[in-house]
Write a protein that binds this ligand. Structure first.
Ligand code: NDP
Ligand SMILES: O=C(O)C1=N[C@H](C(=O)O)C[C@H](O)C1
Length: 255
């Protein structure tokens, strides 16, 4: 995502790439961020810490890993920087730490920054309201072989949207994969199925299946630039926002 973000920032209006970081020891430290993203020299050198660039930016876009994101959020809260976070796979404790940082600065945290997926979240609310408890609900997702967390953050949020709409607690009703003699399906459950293969950018389907018919809401990403453009849009939206924890539904006016 780092490369896609650098490209999207340079193409975006009202934003500029002023700093870039990776972890200490990474071979990219000291290289030019534009050359790293294969879009030509930008004059921004990849640094190895936020401390090294703390006077150079207003909003941090963070697509890294949970522990790094939590630490970065603490740094941004202490230094009055805003954040757009796309990292997935955070546990409850890590999410609580982000919420604590968001009491001091504006943080936009979303498992998927594409317009299409955020529209799907709204469509899922409608589908769940209409179809209610009369259907079996399953969430299917596929991603590339490099992805380290599963189910995807997007799949989990889709499950949360449906569960909340139906008054269920996802923690109680989620079933992650099925195997062996596990008996007939309990109508109340929300199932998750995960595929990791090749270079699939990201595909999500929520299935509402009744006897004789089913509704499927599907999103297929074919380029990572949609996520990156969403992050850039969030940066513009964050300008002037008060401290708080926001998501892409706020940015897109879908709340
Ligand atoms: N919200 C959204 O729309 C999207 C979210 N994502 C999520 O974004 C995250 C990143 O995805 P992706 O780009 O594919 O993953 P990558 O593993 O390709 O990139 C993550 C980058 O973060 C760096 N990193 C990890 N830890 C640190 C640290 N402590 N300090 C500085 N840099 C660090 C890694 O460095 P190193 O290589 O040295 O480990 C790597 O360069 C994932 O959680 C993914 O699910 C992805 C796409 C869209
Ligand atoms: O790791 C990825 O690639 C993606 N991760 C996000 C997720 O976990 O939902 C969003 C997108 O599907 C791509």
């Amino acid at each position: 995502m780092g490369r896609a973000l650098i490209q999207a920032i340079t193409e975006g209006e009202g934003v500029a790439l002023t700093a870039a970081i990776d972890r200490p020891g990474n071979s990219l430290i000291g290289t030019d961020a534009g050359e790293m993203a294969a879009i030509g020299k930008l004059g921004v050198t990849v640094a190895d810490s936020l401390e090294a660039v703390k006077d150079d930016f207003d909003v941090l876009i963070d697509f890294t890993a949970p522990a790094a994101t939590v630490a970065n959020a603490r740094f941004c809260a202490e230094h009055g920087k805003k954040m757009a976070i796309g990292t997935t796979g955070l546990n409850d404790d890590e999410k609580a730490q982000l919420a604590a940082s968001a009491q001091k600065t504006a943080i936009m945290f979303a498992p998927n920054m594409s317009m299409g997926v955020n529209l799907c979240f709204k469509l899922l609310e409608i589908a769940a309201k209409v179809l209610g408890d009369e259907v079996d609900i399953e969430v299917l997702e596929s991603h590339h072989r490099h992805k380290v967390d599963s189910p995807s953050g997007t799949a989990l949020r889709m499950g949360e949207v449906v569960a909340e709409t139906l008054g269920r607690d996802l923690k109680q009703v989620a079933v992650y994969g099925r195997e062996g003699q596990d008996g007939p399906r309990d109508r109340n459950t929300i199932g998750f199925a995960t595929v990791r293969a090749g270079d699939i950018v990201g595909e999500h389907t929520v299935m509402f299946a009744a006897d004789g018919e089913r509704v499927e809401i599907t999103h297929k990403a074919t380029s990572r630039m949609n996520f990156a453009r969403g992050a850039v849009r969030a940066c513009r939206w964050l300008d002037g926002k008060a401290a708080g924890l926001y998501d892409m539904q706020d940015v897109l006016g879908l709340r």
